[in-house]
Write a new protein. Structure first.
Length: 290
């Protein structure tokens, strides 16, 4: 192998080792816009019909919203309930807040998943594929909103979380929780259009809303957006997450891994071939001189 062929071979192997997403960014661009849900907490009655609809749609535990007194404490989502509604006492009175997966634009859970079981669809929702999952639970550790839950008590455990009713979206339907809301506290649509609606409400009624749309910038933006009449930290939202998508913190390291695993061995292999070739030429030269 001459020097020109060596350089060509090394470059080819190194390029092949780069992340496909970066190389094929132009080819994989989708014209379809991400969808999301706008939650207006000023309209929520705390009826929890969204909880019931979600559980019935996905075959999970269906709560007895009239008798379980669940609003008396702050709850988190669980492996049995993908969404919950909590009640907060604020200076403006009671505020009810729905909680579920936020469906980040650049999700940490998918970046942390080693097998692509946690997947960001082209429509926006983040889904989980049990056939690909290896049970590492890195998605749980990486999520800034503490959403993915693991079925510790099952012999064949799954990761459980809201998938924005992705199957319903494929059929042209709204998410079950949105469909069930009696007061239009939940609005489903394209995020760009939801942002326009949210801004119109905030600027049309400046005394009614906090001048902030939660999810617009948090960790790079999320599929679920929230409006509130009180500061978001008073109703259970984290306000310390920043605006940088979590995968950005590890991007440079992850991009370097393929080069280390493939580029360096290719370089060493080529150098070895050049050395062998040089030794062979020197040996032939000695024979000719003798």
């Amino acid at each position: 192998m001459n020097r020109r062929n060596f350089i060509r071979t090394t470059a080819t192997i190194s390029i092949a080792a780069l992340p496909l997403g970066k190389l094929n960014a132009q080819e994989n661009k989708e014209k379809k816009e991400f969808v999301g849900v706008l939650v207006d907490t000023t309209r929520c009655l705390g009826c929890r019909l969204c909880e019931v609809a979600c559980s019935e749609e996905h075959g999970n535990y269906v709560p007895d919203v009239k008798n379980d007194h669940a609003l008396e404490k702050i709850r988190d989502t669980s492996e049995k309930q993908w969404t919950v509604v909590n009640r907060f006492e604020t200076k403006n009175g009671e505020v009810f807040v729905k909680r579920q997966c936020m469906h980040c634009w650049q999700p940490a859970c998918t970046a942390a998943c080693l097998t692509n079981a946690m997947f960001k669809t082209k429509e926006g929702p983040i889904t989980w594929d049990g056939d690909k999952c290896m049970g590492c639970r890195y998605c749980m550790v990486s999520c800034p909103f503490d959403i993915p839950k693991f079925e510790y008590n099952k012999w064949n455990p799954k990761i459980q979380k809201c998938n924005m009713c992705y199957e319903r979206l494929q059929e042209g339907k709204k998410p079950a929780c949105v469909q069930a809301c009696p007061k239009d506290a939940l609005l489903f649509g394209i995020k760009r259009e939801l942002m326009e609606v949210a801004r119109h409400r905030v600027y049309s009624y400046p005394d009614k809303y906090v001048h902030k749309i939660y999810g617009e910038h948090e960790v790079g933006g999320t599929g679920w957006l929230y409006l509130s009449a009180v500061p978001f930290e008073q109703i259970g939202f984290r306000t310390d997450l920043g605006t940088t998508p979590y995968p950005e913190y590890t991007k440079e390291f992850l991009f370097s891994v393929p080069l280390v695993l493939f580029g360096v061995p290719a370089l060493l292999f080529g150098l070895n071939l050049l050395t062998d070739r040089k030794n062979e030429l020197n040996k032939n030269e000695r024979w000719e001189n003798e």
